[in-house]
Design a protein around this ligand. Structure first.
Ligand code: HEC
Length: 124
């Protein structure tokens, strides 16, 4: 009787420890910002960008953006090389970015545009 309780407690402790180890490892796994960790499609993101963003931003190449002050997507790629661009885009859907008005994007759009912008990043 007593013995089985002890075994039960040990099993519970083992599960708890494993769970804690998993919980600790996952944030660092999620911190990675490489294009490979982004689920979106660069091709779909490019279509979306040409449709929804190109009125203000240069979305490909290095010509001057149609809207003064809107950074070229190439520049955004560089600026966010080591930061979570998808989080920035999510904020933009709600509050915009300084002089940029908020822009509705679904989670899938955000993933696609992120993948597209990451694809513009020059080789390092
Ligand atoms: C109405 C014009 C307009 C449209 C449309 C627009 N933007 Fe912008 N965007 C701007 C301007 C202007 C800025 C610069 C804002 C600032 O920093 O003052 C900007 C800034 C940004 C930034 C911030 C860059 C940084 O420095 O952090 C991102 C990212 C961005 N835009 C993404 C997008 C995406 C993606 C789309 C299309 C879904 C889009 N924008 C559509 C005008 C626009």
């Amino acid at each position: 009787m007593r013995r089985s309780t002890t075994i039960g407690l040990l099993a519970f402790a083992a599960v708890a420890v494993t769970g804690a180890a998993w919980a600790q490892s996952s944030p660092s796994a999620r911190r990675a910002v490489d294009a490979d960790t982004v689920a979106g499609s660069p091709a779909r993101g490019g279509d979306f960008a040409r449709r929804e963003c190109a009125g203000c931003h240069t979305v490909r190449g290095d010509s001057v953006s149609p809207k003064a002050g809107a950074p070229r997507f190439q520049e955004i790629a560089q600026r966010y090389a080591d930061n979570r661009l998808d989080w920035e885009l999510e904020t933009i859907t709600q509050v915009g970015h300084y002089s940029m008005p908020a822009k509705a994007m679904s989670k899938a759009d955000i993933d696609d545009v992120t993948a597209y912008i990451r694809s513009l990043k020059p080789e390092r």
